[in-house]
Design a protein around this ligand. Structure first.
Ligand code: AHR
Length: 614
């Protein structure tokens, strides 16, 4: 095959600065038990929340019924999360009914075990109240409680704890155990209430609460935008359980938390609206705020009643962008971010276009937004690639979930769509089903072909992101995902490594390519150029070969600036023996991009494209 690339300045087309970003959804324990570094699960004993029966899982009891009785009541000092845990120690300090030597109490194993590491510092915060003096041991231990990694003691008189008291302890672990838990134990008879028990490692990204290793994986994708917080998570199965931003801001202890009824788990909402905006800023990404359109999977707000949702949206924008003297901007400032966040994109709903009240609700949101914040880009759920919209929008959201072949043919979806009107935001794309497994090379290659198609059509496509981004290996709710992790390990699936080929595309220029003798139209290619610094310019050709055989390709580049003097050339290849190959904790780098020098690079060059490769 031959690729004829016209790299003359007059053929160059600018790719939008925002083209490739990431989509974070609270799915698969991506946030709670994932990127959000809080180690305690259900820290307020509130799981289930106000709309489903509350429970204390995964808290458990140390001791037996004759030594300790645990229940919950609604005596917490926090108004939005009234449930507190009541622990009645019925054994004695000594004598015939003496408590076991290590005491009785409760423990929390976090999200499938806490990864406690030697030499690392953990901040423990908890709230206690009691009817008498307390002497409580707070320790980080192995999962059977036999190995103590770090511990401290809370000793207080009745007067100090007769009302709720906030306790803060710093623990340094003397050993590593990836399957640890926190224990709160006592061997003195009495009644103690606990609430809002938190264990945070101190080494989160910039102290902002993001787990370092996962944050770095995201940052390495150089995302230009961050779409958040879902997905279906935004909609909820029922509106009563959907993500609403106001209870997720302010001090973490005061947040109500909510039951994620689409993906079936409780979240304490430590990762709330503020933290998502902070995450976007820390990643250097433009935030894209997906707002519930008054529609869940099973119920809808009538357009006549949507005004409280509209007000909520306007308040959320004031929270993000308002001056620190505005009503909501002052709340943001009090949370430590007086400077406004750079919020310019708002999506109304998720996959709701066909719902009865969507257009009516959308129009209300749109006009209120444009009146108050004319520069906000409003994103509709209705597809404008196949027909004209009957409502105004700056962008339209399109989700693509299909087979490998389906994804490859979607590379041409935008070749013939209208060149005027709202731009496309492909906010979710993934090869799913048999072709994808738990993240196959084949899926990654088909997606690469699709992304090349988006680069080529980036005059009408402004943004694109893969979905889902993260999966905790203990809770696969949606397959495949880009990054797999547990409490202490992580790896990128081939889809993750594929995206690294596109990290420089946003804001680059793209050149037309003519393909001569492309075997069965199986090669998909693009050529881009970008400036890295005053005197460093890169030119990159990407080619996907989905055939099961090596293809020899001749690449001919005309029109490149004559003064360009290649200093370094590289070839980067993502491939494996079998297109269904996947990575795993055992073999995290089975399918990753390998970079090598490519001295024969020039304006006339030959390359061998391995079978099934990018
Ligand atoms: O990405 C997983 C889910 O797929 C999203 O929550 C939803 O928008 C889509 O159906």
């Amino acid at each position: 095959a031959t690729l004829l690339i016209d790299a003359s300045p007059q053929s160059a087309k600018k790719i939008p600065d925002t083209l490739f970003g990431i989509f974070f959804e609270e799915i698969n324990h991506a946030g709670a038990g994932g990127l959000w570094a809080e180690l305690v699960s259900n820290r307020g004993f509130e799981a289930g929340g106000p709309n489903t029966p509350s429970n204390i899982d995964p808290w458990s009891i140390i001791g037996n019924e004759s030594s300790v009785i645990v229940s919950t009541d609604r005596s917490s000092c926090f108004e939005l999360n009234k449930v507190a845990l009541k622990m009645e120690v019925v054994c004695d300090n000594e004598g015939p009914n003496a408590c076991p030597p290590d005491g009785v109490g409760i423990y929390n194993p976090g999200f499938w075990g806490m990864n406690i590491q030697e030499g690392k510092t953990y901040k423990v915060i908890l709230y206690i109240r009691s009817l008498g003096p307390v002497n409580i041991s707070v320790s980080l231990t192995s999962s059977d409680g036999l190995q103590t990694l770090a511990s401290s003691r809370i000793q207080a008189t009745y007067f100090e704890v007769s009302n709720w008291k906030r306790i803060e302890l710093i623990l340094v672990s003397k050993a590593t155990n990836k399957d640890s838990r926190i224990q709160l134990t006592s061997n003195a008879k009495g009644i103690i209430w606990f609430d809002q028990v938190s264990v945070m490692p101190l080494d989160t990204y910039k102290g902002h609460g993001f787990r370092q290793d996962l944050f770095e994986m995201l940052a390495d994708l150089k995302p230009r935008f961050l779409r958040f917080p879902g997905g279906s998570y935004v909609e909820g199965s029922w509106l009563s359980n959907a993500f609403r931003w106001k209870p997720t801001i302010g001090p973490w202890e005061e947040r109500s938390g909510h039951f994620n009824d689409v993906w079936n788990y409780w979240t304490d909402d430590g990762l709330g609206y503020f933290e998502f905006l902070q995450l976007a800023e820390d990643l250097g990404a433009t935030p894209v705020w997906v707002f519930n359109s008054g529609i869940s999977h099973n119920d809808e707000i009538d357009t006549l009643d949507i005004s409280s949702f509209v007000k909520d949206l306007l308040d959320s924008i004031e929270f993000a962008r308002g001056s620190s003297s505005s009503t909501w901007g002052s709340v943001r400032a009090a949370m430590g971010h007086p400077k406004p966040f750079d919020l310019k994109y708002v999506a109304i709903g998720n996959q709701d276009c066909s719902k009865k009240n969507y257009i009516g609700n959308y129009n209300k949101f749109y006009s209120a937004l444009k009146t108050a914040y004319p520069d906000i880009n409003v994103i509709t759920n209705c597809d404008a690639s196949s027909g004209r919209l009957d409502h105004p929008a700056d962008l339209y959201d399109l989700h693509v979930y299909t087979s490998a072949n389906g994804m490859i043919s979607m590379a041409h979806h935008f070749d013939h769509t209208p060149r005027v009107g709202p731009k496309a935001f492909v906010s979710e794309y993934a090869v799913t089903g048999r072709d994808a497994g738990r993240g196959s090379l084949l899926a990654a290659l088909a997606q690469a072909a699709f992304l090349i198609g988006l680069e080529v059509n980036s005059d009408v496509v402004e943004m694109a992101s893969n979905a889902p981004l993260l999966v905790n290996d203990n809770d696969w709710r949606f397959t495949p995902d880009a990054i797999v992790f547990n409490s202490w390990q992580l790896y990128g699936t081939p889809t993750y490594w594929m995206q690294q080929f596109f990290t420089e595309s946003s804001g680059a220029v793209i050149f037309p390519i003519k393909m001569v003798s492309n075997p069965s139209n199986s090669l998909v290619a693009s050529a881009i150029k970008w400036r890295c610094s005053e005197d460093e310019i890169y030119f990159r050709v990407k080619v996907v070969n989905v055939l099961a055989k090596t293809v020899s390709v001749k690449i001919s580049v005309t029109g490149l600036d004559a003064s360009v003097n290649p200093l370094m050339s590289f070839k980067t290849v993502l491939t494996s023996i079998n297109p269904m190959d996947e990575n795993s904790f055992g073999e995290p780098e089975k399918v990753t991009a390998k970079e090598m020098s490519f001295p024969s690079a020039s304006t006339e060059m030959n390359a061998l494209l391995p079978a099934h490769s990018l």
